[in-house]
Design a protein around this ligand. Structure first.
Ligand code: ADP
Ligand code: MG
Length: 345
């Protein structure tokens, strides 16, 4: 079931000569966690603010739980939208206790606010901390207070802007998992913004990627990584190699050797093959006869990167197990587990 739908949303700030958000359309399913990624200035925050009602679209419309909440000249005020928001700096009130902070989020909620606030704090794992103040908590705990405040009123959707950017790397892995579990336990639908592809790939059910205000692709994490719709998306999610090849009925002839592939007959003559460093390995694979000259080994503890070249000096990188021993200048045989194909014309 769709809970949120954006239809051709445009947003241009008054002094700007370009659209911060340009013709963006997508749907979010009930209970789903969607990550919104893109480089700085791509329109991520603007998109969240449009959904929250803190900005208004120039055209297009937004539907939340079937109700039109925003269109060009009409808009449901932010406080009536049933949208929860967690800001990057958490925006907790320092002079209010934890439970008062959560009750602040319940201003428009009927019922026993004290009870709801306590239940929500218990849910985020802050049972013993009702009367503490924000400065007495760690960064990760403060974030859970902000999360409790946002979800206590039972919003249709939870929006989080860069929720992990203030946490150091060690804490981040743990907090990411905790937040995901809390969100899944409450069943709330969530959109979080991040510029870190690792956050998105590991935490989201689906990812939407923006570039210059335009939606490039919205898909499962695995598909964005393995089946990117265009070069921009492919490169955003990590390094990839590109090699030229000639397609024949049997397969692809490349400067690193031959790859048997029945899909090759669907291509004419020149193609480009793309593969990520970790989609190559030193194992032998039937139907593939690929090799290159090793000219550099970089050891990273949990993996190694080998740089190989063909006869003409074309370079590729492959990522291998840290325990495999390899020798500089040796001829290295490798195989590809997956690769993308594009016509070179
Ligand atoms: P992101 O969150 O992806 O970094 P933003 O949504 O903040 O991107 O910004 C998108 C574009 O809109 C940028 O070019 C930014 O400079 C511009 N922008 C953002 N907020 C405002 C504003 N209040 N007034 C004018 N321009 C803005
Ligand atoms: Mg932003």
């Amino acid at each position: 079931m769709t809970i949120l739908e954006l239809q051709s949303i445009d947003k241009k700030y008054s002094q700007a000569d370009y659209f911060a958000v340009n013709q963006v359309s997508f749907k979010v399913k009930q209970g789903e966690i969607l990550a919104l990624v893109g480089e700085s200035g791509s329109g991520k925050t603007t998109l969240l603010r449009l959904i929250a009602g803190l900005e208004h679209p120039n055209s297009g419309c937004i539907l939340l739980s079937g109700e039109k909440i925003a269109e060009r000249n009409k808009s449901v005020p932010s406080e009536k939208r049933k949208v929860g928001m967690v800001f990057q700096d958490y925006a907790l009130f320092p002079h209010l206790s934890i439970i008062e902070n959560v009750k602040f989020g319940l201003i428009h909620t009927k019922g026993d606010k004290d009870k709801i606030a306590k239940e929500t704090l218990d849910l985020v794992g802050l049972k013993e901390n009702y009367s503490k103040y924000p400065h007495q908590l760690s960064g990760g705990q403060q974030q859970r207070v902000a999360l409790a405040r946002a979800i206590a009123p039972r919003p249709f959707i939870l929006l989080m802007d860069e929720p992990f950017s203030n946490l150091d790397a060690l804490l981040k892995d743990q907090v990411r998992e905790e937040i995901r579990q809390i969100i899944k336990k409450t069943g709330v639908t969530a959109i979080f913004v991040t510029h870190d592809t690792r956050d998105a790939l590991s935490t989201a059910d689906r990812i939407a990627i923006l570039h210059k205000g335009r939606l490039q692709q919205i898909d499962l994490p695995r598909n964005l990584y393995e089946k990117p719709i265009n070069p921009y998306v492919a490169n955003f999610f990590g390094k990839r190699n590109e090699i030229l090849a000639t397609a024949t009925v049997e397969g692809f002839y490349t400067s690193f050797g031959f790859i048997e592939d029945e899909n090759a007959k669907n291509y004419q003559d020149k193609v480009r093959l793309f593969f990520r460093p970790e989609h190559a390995s030193l194992t032998v694979r039937a139907g593939q006869a690929l090799s290159g000259k090793l000219f550099k080994v970089s050891y990273y503890g949990d993996h190694q990167i080998l740089k190989l070249t063909d006869e003409e000096g074309k370079k590729i990188s492959i990522k291998i197990n840290p325990t495999q021993s390899v020798q500089n200048d040796a001829r290295v045989h490798f195989s590809l587990h997956s690769y993308g194909i594009e016509s070179a014309y």
